[in-house]
Design a protein around this ligand. Structure first.
Ligand SMILES: [Zn+2]
Length: 511
C-alpha cells in the first residue's frame, strides 16, 4: 500500500475498506491515528506551549490559562458568545485570588525621584492682561497693566513649513487696575475634568500646563495613530526633538485629547443614527486582561468606536433603538433581527473557499461553485450588467444551496442553510445601489485597532477605554471627511483647556 498523503483523506470511500486485509486495515487505522494525534496536539497549542505569539491565542481560552474563569458563555455557538456585564467581569477578575497580584503602574514608594536635567531656554514671552474690568466691564488697555501675579513655562511644538521644532514659551499673568479702582487679575483658563471616586489625582484640563496644545496633540497622535507606547514616545521626544518629558506627562496629554473628544463622540453618534447605511463590526478587546469588545460603526462620513461587552445592549447604545437605515454586517447573531440588512459577502466567500480547499468530498464542488458565483454576482451588479444575467446567477446560487442543505458533511450543510436562512440579507445589495456587498469599510476601520491591541494588549481602565475609543472616533472621522485631524485636535484640546465651547468637526471637505 502506498504511503498515506493527506489528499487521500478525501479519496477513501467506505466500500474500499472491505477489500483490505486485516493487516492492511490495522496499518491504515494506525496511520489515521497518527494523523489525528498530530492534529489534536497542534490544535491544543497556544503561546505558552509553542512559539506562537500571545496575540494569536483564543480570546476565550486566555483567561483559563491565567487561572481565572472565562466570561460566562451563553453556549449556543462560538459566534454567539456574549460577555457578561462589563463591570461585573472586571470586578470578578480583580477579586479573583488566583490572578496574578496587580502591581500599580508607576514608581515604587521610596525610589529616588527624577528631576528635569535640561534648562528651559525661553524663546517667547507671552503677557496675559485682562481685557475687561470684572466690576464695570470697561475695556482695559495695555497701559493699565500692573504687576505680574503668576507665570509658567509651556513647551510648544512649532509646525514650520518644512520641519518641527520644540520651543519654550513663558506665559505671565498680570493685574490691571481699572479707572473705577477695581483690580482685575488675569489667570489661566480651566476647562473640562474627569473625576473618579477615590482616585489620588483627577484629570483637570487647564491652560496652566507644561505641554502646549500642539505638542499635546502630537503626543496623542504618536500614541493613538502611530501606536507607540508611552515609553517609546518618551524615547522619541528625547532622541529626535531633544525634549525630556515624564511618562505621566505623556499619558496626561493622551488622556486630555481623549477627554476633549468625548463630547464630540456624542454628536457623532447622533449622526450615525440618522445615516442611511451603517457598516458595523466588532473585535475582541482587553481591558486590564478582561475580554471586552470593540465595536465600530462606519457611515459615509463618520466613524464611531465603542468599547463594551458583546451584548446587544452595547450595540443599541451605539446605533440606537429605532434605527431606520440599512446595516452592513457579518453573520453575528446580534445583527440578525434588523430587517434592513446586507450580509457581508466576503465572509461567505471565505467560508466557501474553505470548503473548496478542504477535505469535504463532494462539498468541494459546492464551495468552488459558490465562490465563483458570488464573485461573479458582485462584479455583475457593480458593472450594472443586464438584469436577466443577474437573475440567472441568483437562481443558480439559491438552487445550489438547496441541493446541499441536506448534505451529510456538517460544514457544507451549515453554509448552505446559512445562505438560505439569510437570503434577503445576502442579496439586498442587488436591488439597492447604496449598499456595498462587503463590510470592508468597517473591517478596515477595525484593522488599526486590532494591530494596536496586538502591540499593547488593550487598555487598563474604564476611563482609558472610553478615551481611546473617543480619540480614535475623532481622528478617523476627520480623516474620512478630509479634515486635518491634528489641527482639529489641537483646537479641541485648546478649547477644552480654556473651558470654551468645543469646535465641531467640519462636514466633508474632500468628496
Ligand atoms: Zn472697572
Amino acid at each position: 500500500m502506498p504511503r498515506l498523503y493527506l489528499p487521500e483523506l478525501s479519496q477513501y470511500e467506505r466500500g474500499d475498506l472491505s477489500d483490505l486485509s486485516r493487516r492492511e486495515l490495522e496499518d491504515l487505522a494506525w496511520r489515521f491515528r497518527e494523523i489525528a494525534r498530530g492534529l489534536a496536539n497542534r490544535l491544543g497549542e497556544d503561546s505558552t506551549t509553542s512559539s506562537r505569539p500571545p496575540s494569536s491565542d483564543d480570546p476565550y481560552r486566555r483567561d483559563q490559562r491565567g487561572g481565572t474563569s472565562a466570561p460566562d458563555r451563553d453556549g449556543s455557538s462560538g459566534q454567539d458568545t456574549a460577555a457578561p456585564d462589563v463591570k461585573a467581569a472586571l470586578a470578578k477578575a480583580s477579586a479573583d485570588p488566583g490572578r496574578m497580584p496587580v502591581k500599580r503602574p508607576g514608581k515604587r514608594p521610596g525610589m529616588p525621584g527624577h528631576w528635569r536635567r535640561q534648562p528651559i531656554v525661553v524663546s517667547q514671552q507671552i503677557a496675559h492682561v485682562p481685557p475687561v474690568c470684572q466690576a464695570c466691564q470697561a475695556p482695559l488697555g495695555a497701559d493699565r497693566k500692573g504687576r505680574c501675579v503668576s507665570a509658567h513655562h509651556v513647551f510648544e511644538l512649532d509646525r514650520g513649513e518644512m520641519g518641527l521644532q520644540v520651543i519654550a514659551e513663558k506665559h505671565s499673568y498680570f493685574v490691571a487696575t481699572c479707572a473705577c479702582g477695581h483690580d482685575t487679575v488675569a489667570s489661566p483658563g480651566v476647562g473640562l475634568h474627569a473625576r473618579i471616586e477615590g482616585r489620588k489625582r483627577d484629570l483637570q484640563l487647564s491652560e496652566r500646563c507644561l505641554v502646549g496644545a500642539t505638542l499635546a496633540i502630537f503626543i496623542a497622535a504618536l500614541s493613538l495613530r502611530f501606536r507607540l507606547s508611552r515609553l517609546k514616545i518618551q524615547e522619541f521626544l528625547l532622541d529626535w526633538l531633544g525634549l525630556e518629558l515624564g511618562v505621566a506627562t505623556i499619558n496626561r496629554c493622551v488622556h486630555e485629547f481623549g477627554r476633549a473628544s468625548e463630547p464630540m463622540v456624542e454628536e457623532l453618534i447622533q449622526e450615525v443614527r440618522t445615516a442611511e447605511v451603517v457598516h458595523l463590526d466588532e473585535t475582541p478587546w482587553y481591558q486590564s486582561g478582561v475580554l471586552l469588545w470593540l465595536w465600530v460603526a462606519v457611515t459615509a462620513n463618520t466613524v464611531v468606536y465603542r468599547i463594551g461587552s458583546r451584548r446587544k445592549e452595547d450595540l443599541i447604545a451605539l446605533i440606537g433603538q429605532a434605527f431606520l437605515g440599512w446595516w452592513v454586517t457579518d453573520g453575528y447573531m446580534a445583527y440578525r433581527d434588523h430587517p434592513r440588512r446586507q450580509r457581508c459577502l466576503a465572509h461567505l466567500i471565505r467560508k466557501a473557499l474553505a470548503l473548496a480547499e478542504g477535505y469535504y468530498g463532494p462539498g468541494r464542488g459546492f464551495g468552488r461553485d459558490l465562490v465563483r458565483d458570488l464573485r461573479r454576482l458582485i462584479e455583475r451588479v457593480h458593472d450594472g450588467d443586464n438584469d436577466a444575467a443577474v437573475k440567472r446567477l441568483l437562481a443558480r446560487i439559491k438552487w445550489n444551496c438547496q441541493c446541499n442543505e441536506h448534505e451529510v458533511e456538517q460544514k457544507v450543510r451549515a453554509l448552505a442553510r446559512e445562505i438560505l436562512n439569510d437570503w434577503d440579507a445576502v442579496i439586498a445589495f442587488v436591488a439597492n445601489p447604496l449598499l456595498s456587498p462587503t463590510n470592508n469599510d468597517a473591517e478596515r476601520a477595525l484593522r488599526h485597532a486590532v494591530i494596536a491591541r496586538r502591540i499593547g494588549f488593550g487598555t487598563r481602565t474604564d476611563e482609558g477605554s472610553r478615551f481611546y475609543a473617543a480619540g480614535l472616533s475623532v481622528i478617523d472621522t476627520c480623516r474620512k471627511r478630509g479634515v486635518d485631524p491634528w489641527s482639529h485636535g489641537r483646537n479641541l484640546i485648546a478649547a477644552a483647556r480654556k473651558g470654551s465651547s468645543l469646535p465641531a468637526i467640519p462636514a466633508q471637505i474632500a468628496a
